[in-house]
Write a protein that binds this ligand. Structure first.
Ligand SMILES: [Zn+2]
Length: 88
């Protein structure tokens, strides 16, 4: 069963398009091998992978990835916020 963080970031129908757009930007800055591994992950595994910092020590070469991952989470939350305000 998926947790709420997984639902909001990867499964929610309401924010789906935003999630897909932002996630593709994350994948664009991943090393190819990582991007392929991630393609085979479930949404729960993806959420844990990014929440756990790609399961690795801090890697300087991945700074664009850390940045884009932060933008992903931030923008999906902003979209949720926007949707909630719109539906008021
Ligand atoms: Zn939902």
């Amino acid at each position: 069963m998926n947790c709420k963080a997984t639902h909001l970031l990867f499964d929610c129908q309401i924010t789906k398009q935003k999630c897909l757009d932002e996630w593709s930007k994350v994948k664009d800055v991943m090393p190819n091998a990582m991007s392929q591994d991630v393609s085979n992950m479930s949404n729960q595994e993806k959420m844990l992978f990014i929440a756990n910092g790609m399961n690795s020590e801090m890697t300087v070469e991945w700074s664009p990835l850390y940045h884009q991952m932060t933008v992903f989470v931030k923008n999906v939350w902003k979209e949720i916020d926007r949707m909630l305000l719109t539906n008021e």
